[in-house]
Write a new protein. Structure first.
Length: 279
């Protein structure tokens, strides 16, 4: 339909409305009843006019495309049947646009942990953002406003298991705690040829990097040493996470980390990296 034909339809419709002829009847389908009130009236006409000439592009995403979110672009990768971000999340806002608290002192970071408040940090609040992304406490992960863009979410413990199983880990082993697998961490670590680089093979394309963590009292540990990732799954007062080390072939699965500090505050107030997975 060309623009002249569209305008002619709108004109006819407007004429009905302005003469008081609302088109309504029970058990009928009104093509132009945009607000669904059972009548074609002036509100419907104004709705049509407000969108006249607009073009709606399809919102399809193919795994492997780059995803833009909160001012940053993320590479994606298909691993088995799952589509993952290849990079750690960097955003400072929840999916609805609300700010995630950041730039916290050690005392503020601890206060957020003690009061169940979501927060994010950059390692030592310095320049590791580009390579390693931000560190989020679990309260930010669990926030109903969402950390990931529309169509994506923070992976559950089970979804991490599926990833590891797709890389060859036996299912019964994937459900164990502690270190599991033989070379699955190597497959998930970035390789020396990647930029940024680590010491894995990265045959999975997951591209894990040693971003370290921020402990719940506020101190930072293990940047350039280890990688830590949140899942969205609760385990009693803790939450499941993953740890990948440069000197270990497997992948650690913990209900909290560091071990020995598994209170709800310590377990969920610590800042780990976050990946997003497609819905």
């Amino acid at each position: 339909m060309n623009s002249n034909q569209q305008m002619k339809k709108i004109t006819y419709l407007l004429a009905f409305v302005l003469t008081g002829s609302a088109l309504a009847q029970e058990d009928c389908n009104l093509q132009y009843d945009g607000n669904g009130d059972g009548a074609v009236n002036v509100e419907d006409v104004l709705g049509v006019l407000s969108e006249f000439g607009e073009v709606c592009e399809p919102g399809f995403v193919t795994c492997g495309d780059n995803i833009s979110f909160d001012g940053y672009s993320y590479s994606t990768v298909l691993i088995g049947d799952q589509c993952w971000f290849k990079e750690n999340l960097r955003s400072t806002h929840y999916a609805n646009g609300d700010e995630i608290l950041g730039d916290a002192t050690s005392a503020e970071w601890l206060n957020y942990a003690e009061n169940g408040i979501g927060a994010q940090a950059i390692y030592y609040n310095a320049n590791s953002l580009e390579n390693f992304g931000r560190l989020y406490n679990w309260w930010a992960v669990d926030d109903e406003r969402g950390l990931c863009p529309s169509g994506w979410h923070v992976p559950s413990d089970g979804e991490f298991n599926v990833l590891e199983i797709s890389l060859g880990m036996p299912e019964e082993e994937a459900n164990d705690g502690g270190e599991r697998g033989i070379d699955h961490g190597i497959k998930m670590r970035s390789s020396p040829e990647d930029t940024p680089a680590w010491n894995g093979s990265n045959s999975s394309g997951f591209s894990a990097l040693p971003a370290g963590y921020r402990y719940f009292p506020g101190s930072f540990y293990h940047e350039n040493d280890d990688a830590y990732f949140w899942t969205s799954t609760i385990s009693e007062d803790q939450a499941w996470s993953r740890k990948i080390r440069p000197d270990v072939g497997g992948v650690h699965r913990y209900p909290c980390y560091p071990s020995g500090f598994c209170s709800a505050i310590g377990a969920r107030g610590t800042g780990f990296s976050v990946r997003c997975i497609m819905d």
